[in-house]
Write a protein that binds this ligand. Sequence first.
Ligand code: XIL
Length: 364
Amino acid sequence: MPTRRKVLAGLGAAALARPLAAAEDAPGLGALAAARGLIYGAAAGPAQLADADFAAAFRRECAGLVGENDFKWSVSEPAPDRPAFARADTVADFAMANGMKLRGHTMIWHEQLPAWVAERIASGAAGAEAAIRARVAGIGARYRGRVFSWDVVNEAINGADRRPDRMRMSPFFTALGERFLDVAFHAAREIDPSAHLAYNDFGVEHAIPWQDGHRIGVLRLLERLRTRGVPVDTLGIQAHLRADWAFDEAVFARFLREVASLGLRIEITELDVDDRALPADAGVRDAAVASLTRRFLDVALAERQVRTVFTWGLSDRHSWLSTFPGRQRADGSRQRGLPLDEAFARKPMWHAMAASFRAAPSRG
Ligand code: XIL
């Protein structure tokens, strides 16, 4: 009789048609990661979690949860000084009820920013600083003791703004300069002394010219923050990968080492693989997505300071890659960049992640 391992290894596209209950009894990604001292989780929101089949798949696979949109400023405080935590609470409650680690995403970001906040930020340095402090204190206090790791600031680097320091000309930067990060991180540390405090960004994974610049921008920013004693302890690497972009193990490994040598821990916070440039054939796409995922995670997990892996969604049924303007495939089919297919069955990307977790050195 073939072993289960051989059966799994032999399953190709046929695996996509397997009935859910029979096929998915092996340990989930959360358990496989935990066996190495790592946390695996995924982004989701209240609507998905209310679907019983999705919730069952999520419980089977995930040891961590991050609200995909629910903690963002536009959702958690759409009107001035009127926090609206219902959606974030639903996400937090699901995590706590299921013994999952909860990530907080995100306190300060130039996108999904309500107009009333943008106005206050633009009112001058004092108004901007007060708005940042109130935001961080409000949401930080609400989830203190539940969020284990906060994205305090998201995406502060943008080479396209053509500054030598590569800082993004966000409303926050325009009002306060780089000091906006100091204000946010100090306020976060004050309100929640035990959560990890992350600077989170994209564009540091691939071996392409604009990402070479982005890596430099992020590294120099982190160096300056550490030198000033700003309490950032984690770099969040979004890892929105693209199947058609170059990935170079040595380049990414060197970046991780440089971050780690600043004394920072590292989290992979939003992993998915954009397959828009690949042909329609699902088997071809799944193989390419799985192969890049394996290469990426093998390098990431070889760096001991990498402690978590979160994917930006769990199943292809709900992926921003299939709905966000500019990300969709031209042929109109769904993207296949997440570990489970749209029927919640494990895809080759799932097996790539499982293999990477099994091969990872243990965290003590
Ligand atoms: C995305 C969500 O997935 C979408 O639903 C929303 O419309 C836009 O934001 N980087 C981030 C995430 O930090 O917050 C983004 O999430 C994806 C890119």
